[in-house]
Design a protein around this ligand. Structure first.
Ligand code: BTN
Length: 266
């Protein structure tokens, strides 16, 4: 089994903030849960928690994130931006873009899908789970959890996940070759740092523009928000990272959280 070379990552990573503290475990329950615990104990901003495997990897909406050892990337980054809670959604977009940058470097063509997915060849290859510790309206700590299917075989994914609305895939399955996980993590974290700096410099508009350019907006979709199903065209996202859905009667609704699924009425 390939073991993640954390020493090599320490050596390669050229960042001043993200990864200045790099914590590695062969297995954890969830790197997000671990990062939230460390954040509560006062971990410095930029701390990265990386694990070879997770036995309770968290996906969105209470789902489990399949996290076998030796194949993929599971990491969480602790940040402490002095911004209001409403701006946290932009951090999820930034993380998706950083993942897309690392996929580009492998000559893949990644797309992003609201709110937190990265697609390769139309299938989900990575996801982001952002969790917050708040102090009133302010963010105490923000944990960006990033999971990327890298060298897992398509068969193994299909067997583990069964039918999913957006069939999962991996870089290996699409590119037809293995990808070096350390090199991938290095590019991802360096890109995340550059994008975080721009976020702090309030370039919210630029982030949203860049995200849109990579997205599959404009397609018909069904959106499930807190149990409510809305069908229409996933038309746009606003400056806070909320999705704007155009309904069949011409009106629009703004969706804060939820999941885009394939439409029932094509
Ligand atoms: C999604 O459902 O798309 C979000 C998946 C996020 C998974 C990653 S793996 C590393 C980090 N730790 C977790 O427990 N979850 C995130």
């Amino acid at each position: 089994m390939d073991v993640f070379d954390i020493k090599a990552l320490r050596k390669c990573l050229n960042t001043y903030l993200i990864g200045r503290e790099l914590r590695y475990w062969p297995e954890v329950d969830s790197t997000n849960a671990t990062a939230l615990r460390l954040a509560a104990e006062g971990a410095v901003e930029g701390t990265v928690v990386l694990a070879e495997a997770q036995n309770k990897g968290r996906g969105r909406a209470g789902k489990l994130w399949y996290s076998p050892p030796g194949l993929n990337l599971y990491l969480s980054v602790i940040l402490r931006p002095a911004v209001e809670v409403q701006r946290a959604a932009l951090m999820t977009l930034i993380s998706s873009l950083a993942i897309a940058d690392a996929i580009d470097a492998e000559r893949g063509q990644a797309q992003v899908k609201w709110p937190n997915d990265v697609l390769l060849a139309g299938r989900k290859v990575a996801g982001v789970l952002t969790e917050l510790q708040t102090m009133g309206e302010q963010i105490g700590a923000l944990v960006l959890g990033i999971g990327v299917n890298i060298n897992i075989d398509q068969d193994m994914l299909d067997r583990a996940l069964g039918e999913t609305p957006w069939r999962a895939t991996s870089l290996k399955a699409v590119l037809g070759r293995e990808v070096d996980r350390v090199g991938f993590a290095t590019i991802l974290l360096e890109s995340l740092e550059r994008r975080y700096d721009r976020f702090l410099a309030s370039e919210g508009k630029a982030i949203v523009q860049e995200w849109k350019a990579r997205s599959c907006l404009g397609q018909r979709a069904r959106i499930i928000e807190r149990g409510r199903s809305i069908e229409g065209v996933a038309a746009d996202i606003d400056e806070q990272g909320c999705l704007l859905v155009r309904l069949d009667d011409g009106s629009s609704v703004r969706v804060f959280e939820g999941e885009i699924l394939p439409p029932i009425h094509g």
